[in-house]
Design a protein. Structure first.
Length: 614
């Protein structure tokens, strides 16, 4: 559901819902409004045909995506009535409990006037967002924050705590948003309004099984290979002209191969390169394309491409979004759209399901020490280390001390020791008045909550649960989804199909990270399928050489540093830190500090684009 906004009245006597939503998206021009008197939903006319819609007497339902269910009754209702009405009937019969049986990619809105009920829900991993805000007279909701800015019933103001979360995470994690009182549904959750009372709840959470089991990998490898084909085919339901992102990593290369098999022809694959040493991985994408025989397409991003796209990023997301990989993602999707591709498959989710990030093995290494008996650690090893004379000058001893210092930090706090704000010091970066206005423990508190509530006990699975929320749901999926939308292309994620998620949740933890080897099962299962060079390569992705280009490209430097100069007056970042960043740090360590410049530039660009202040 690429664009929608709606309103639910709290006053039964009010019939203003249509007028409210009409004002929320004036820029759409011609659009369709469906209503149930107390509630209304507005959809751009050009996108209505991509939705499942139903409107009856005082009720309506709108469903996006490709949801499905194992329930014979639900499937029969879809066949008889269509998907939108089937969801409405299921909600009437079972309430929000029916969501636990719905799988696949979807977002939905259901309104039942007679029961004074409204339901908003997103799928298990949160591919399509829904934002909402409660006002005095009702509830506003939308697929993008920019639509809520047009709601006359809301008074929106920037939340300093959300600005801090943005600086910490580089995005604003759900359930927050840049505005006070405006929330985003978290993955696998719903919001229900009954008699003007709002209630949110999570209907699904991944449950890790067989964590320490000694399972035979042989049959599981065969099951996995079959499942890959099933999940790709599900993404092709009703889709034509499908292509595939191809970075040359294990996930995208695998999908390119399976897509080539399923479509029984030359699959269209798309890659982005950078004419910058240490950043270009086009050779691996070309290798995969040759190996599987795909029809491959390439585009090399330039600094001018960044200058052209940056002003559109804030509009696309409706709030600051600091992942610089939006640039290559957009230009890759635009290239595909120009070729007539209607949908691209992305490999997102593979790392978070199969244990594919280097930090997983790093934390396993630290866990070796923390799992030692406490008496051995506290009474023997640590005192002995402190007794070694000149220990800072003895390399092995110094490294061991640093290792122990890190290992003693509990999880998930240990993951954040390399965060920019923690490495450089909050007081060094942030304005004193801003620091006094926010809770510095907010980010780590939210991380601890998700980590602690993971339905699994193994370190690896708890990290995977953390990344499913913060890395995937809050960062990677919005990155790819919004940029594909901006380019005019749909996107599908075969690894995030429910059968694949269920399958990986049942794999033993050491199938994912075995010793210090990441995504062990995945690589072993596909060792005879993928080129050896791709199996063995270090993970890279679509990293942007922003820092290097910032030093050498005048227009990009002007855009970035003019933005930072504007940010000085907002009492968020210390002016002396911005000056030092511009005059010294970026030239001394462009790759490291380039990320900080990007983060601050995007923040100021959003402030300017939306004409708002703190």
């Amino acid at each position: 559901m690429r664009g929608f906004c709606g309103w639910q009245n709290f006053d039964p006597a009010s019939r203003a819902a249509i007028d409210v939503v009409a004002n929320m998206a004036k820029e759409w021009g011609s659009a369709e409004i469906i209503s149930a008197n107390q509630s209304a939903l507005k959809l751009p006319g050009s996108q209505v045909h991509g939705l499942h819609l139903y409107q009856g007497d005082g009720e309506f339902s709108a469903v996006s995506g490709l949801p499905w269910s194992d329930s014979d009754a639900f499937s029969a209702a879809v066949t008889e009535h269509g998907l939108a009405k089937a969801c409405l009937l299921a909600y009437k019969q079972d309430g929000a409990a029916f969501l636990s049986g719905i799988k696949g990619h979807f977002s939905l809105v259901v309104s039942i006037e007679q029961q004074a009920r409204l339901l908003l829900a997103v799928d298990r991993v949160g591919i399509d967002p829904i934002f909402y805000a409660q006002g005095d007279k009702g509830l506003a909701f939308a697929s993008n924050l920019r639509y809520l800015r047009g709601c006359s019933e809301l008074e929106l103001c920037v939340d300093p705590q959300s600005v801090y979360h943005y600086l910490y995470f580089h995005v604003i994690p759900s359930p927050g948003s840049i505005y006070k009182g405006v929330h985003r549904l978290t993955p696998g959750s719903y919001l229900e309004v009954v008699d003007s009372k709002c209630h949110t709840e999570r209907y699904w959470q991944v449950e890790y099984r067989h964590e320490d089991s000694d399972l035979d990998p042989g049959p599981l490898k065969s099951e996995f290979k079959n499942l890959l084909r099933v999940c790709v085919e599900k993404e092709l339901d009703s889709a034509t002209d499908v292509g595939c992102f191809l970075s040359g990593g294990t996930d995208s290369s695998t999908l390119a191969g399976v897509l080539n098999e399923v479509t029984k022809g030359k699959a269209q694959t798309y890659s982005i390169g950078f004419d910058q040493k240490g950043f270009d991985e086009m050779e691996y994408a070309r290798l995969a394309a040759r190996h599987f025989g795909t029809e491959h397409h390439e585009y090399y991003v330039t600094p001018d491409d960044i200058v052209n796209l940056v002003p559109e990023i804030g509009q696309a997301y409706g709030e600051p979004f600091g992942n610089s990989s939006v640039i290559p993602t957009y230009y890759c999707a635009r290239m595909a759209q120009a070729d007539g591709i209607k949908k691209l498959l992305g490999g997102d989710g593979g790392d978070e399901l199969f244990g594919g990030n280097e930090r997983y093995s790093t934390q396993v290494l630290f866990s070796y020490y923390s799992n030692l008996p406490e008496q051995l650690r506290v009474k023997l090893i640590e005192p002995l280390l402190h007794m070694v004379p000149f220990s800072e000058q003895i390399m092995p001893v110094r490294k061991l001390k640093r290792y122990i210092e890190q290992a003693r930090i509990p999880m998930p706090d240990r993951l954040e020791t390399y965060n920019h704000l923690n490495m450089l010091g909050q007081e060094t970066i942030l304005d004193r008045a801003f620091l006094d206005a926010i809770d510095q423990e907010g980010p780590i508190t939210s991380l601890r909550e998700v980590y602690g509530n993971a339905r699994g006990h193994h370190l690896v699975n708890k990290m995977l649960a953390l990344d499913l929320k913060f890395t995937l749901g809050d960062n990677d999926l919005p990155k790819v989804g919004r940029m594909c939308e901006l380019a005019g292309v749909d996107v599908g994620y075969p690894f995030l199909q429910s059968p694949m998620i269920d399958f990986t949740a049942g794999l033993p933890a050491d199938f994912k990270v075995k010793g210090l080897k990441i995504r062990h099962f995945f690589k072993e299962a596909l060792r005879d399928y993928l080129p050896a060079e791709i199996i063995q390569k270090q993970k890279h992705g679509f990293g942007l050489p922003f820092g290097d280009w910032l030093v050498s490209h005048n227009a990009l430097r002007s855009l970035a540093f003019d933005s930072l100069e504007g940010l000085k007056g907002r009492q968020i970042i210390r002016a002396d830190f911005i000056d030092d960043l511009r005059d010294h740090k970026i030239r001394e360590h462009p790759n490291y500090y380039g990320g900080m410049v990007w983060l601050l530039m995007i923040l100021e660009q959003w402030f300017e684009e939306n004409s708002v202040s703190m």
